[in-house]
Design a protein around this ligand. Structure first.
Ligand SMILES: NC(=O)c1ccc[n+]([C@@H]2O[C@H](COP(=O)([O-])OP(=O)(O)OC[C@H]3O[C@@H](n4cnc5c(N)ncnc54)[C@H](O)[C@@H]3O)[C@@H](O)[C@H]2O)c1
Length: 321
């Protein structure tokens, strides 16, 4: 599949502005369309602060924003597009009708992408004939700064389209993570699961909002930023301990959610206990002592950076309400 040169973004709202700016910055011919004329006339003003974040000495914010062509007529906006990125508000009937219309108006080799944060691709494609060219390309705010972009796929998504999406996202200097369509996709499912639990922790009076945030900023946050959740698990705890802790939590709370997964139990069975055993979720080739020293140095570096940023005390907290 050919990579696109010309992209049409449908919807010039909060996200459409950012997405059009990212594409213009990376040299694509970008057409931005919106059903409301005011959304197009106010585009430059809204996009400039975003473009400042990606401008370089040889490519100014004004020049990036100026390259986005604003087109009020849908047929004209779609002419010659090789990728159409739908970025209208999160309204299922609206998106379903729009996808049916785009499917009729665009040749079958035009890729139709959606920035939906929640709707399943198969639901959006209810009235789409060529649904094999529809894919989720879901940015995370602030999209011009956050590297990860979710690629959401349905059972009918061909592997060539997934490869195409990965290459496209690499070409705009972002990082693709591929996720099968399920409510919450990847980032929101992880984020909302944790947030729901955190809200309850505060509600139950288990810890204050300030202590919750201190615990994230000074423990989970830096470790996960460095190694991810599973890499961190490999580096800081033995899988046998993870299983024992999960089982105790399940017994105490009665929540089946804590039941150790097959994959986790399988790792214990195979002796893949984490970095201490040379393998866990990942393979760890270096001698364990080296792994530990490297781990600690990385964590000390990120905490030193945080400390430098925040002044003498790492424990800087907002005033409680
Ligand atoms: N806001 C975020 O932080 C965020 C983050 C990730 C994903 N998203 C997703 O991005 C999408 C857009 O969200 P947003 O916050 O930019 O919405 P928004 O309300 O700011 O903008 C939507 C724009 O779409 C236009 N529009 C509506 N119907 C149209 C049509 N048929 N043809 C052309 N234009 C039409 C509207 O006039 C409006 O300007 C949603 O699916 C949302 O879930 C949003």
């Amino acid at each position: 599949m050919k990579q696109p040169k010309r992209i049409t973004v449908i919807g010039a709202g909060f996200m459409g502005c950012v997405i059009a700016t990212i594409y213009a910055k990376h040299g694509y011919t970008v057409v931005l369309h919106d059903a409301i004329p005011a959304a197009l006339t106010s585009f430059s003003e809204r996009a400039l602060p975003i473009a400042h974040g990606v401008a370089t000495p040889t490519d100014s914010a004004q020049s990036i924003v100026g390259r986005v062509k604003l087109v009020a007529d849908l047929n004209q906006a779609l002419a010659g597009a090789e990728l159409v990125h739908e970025v209208v508000q999160e309204d299922l009937p609206l998106k379903q009708a729009l996808f049916a219309q785009l499917d009729r108006l665009c040749a079958p080799d035009v890729v139709l992408a959606t920035n939906t944060s929640s709707f399943l691709i198969s639901h959006l494609c209810r009235d789409v004939v060529h649904r094999e060219r529809v894919i989720g390309i879901h940015y995370i705010t602030p999209a011009h700064i956050v590297p990860v972009v979710e690629v959401i796929i349905a059972t009918f998504t061909p592997p060539e389209l997934v490869t195409w999406a990965r290459d496209f996202i690499a070409a705009i200097d972002h990082v693709a993570v591929v996720c099968r369509e399920k409510p919450g996709f990847l980032v929101n499912r992880m984020q909302l699961t944790m947030l729901a639990e955190i809200h309850r922790i505060v509600d139950e009076g288990l810890a204050s909002a300030e202590d919750v945030d201190a615990a994230i900023r000074l423990s989970l946050g830096p470790r996960w930023a460095l190694w991810g959740a599973l890499g961190c698990e490999d580096l800081v705890v033995n899988k046998k301990t993870v299983v024992a802790t999960m089982e105790y939590l399940r017994e105490q709370t009665g929540q089946d959610h804590y039941r150790p997964t097959k994959a986790l139990l399988g790792m214990v069975e195979q002796g893949r206990l984490g970095s201490i055993a040379g393998a866990g979720w990942h393979r760890w080739e270096a001698p364990y002592a080296e792994i530990v020293m490297d781990r600690d140095q990385q964590l000390a570096d990120i905490l030193a950076w945080l400390s430098e940023r925040e002044g003498p005390s790492l424990d800087a907290r907002p005033e409680p309400l």
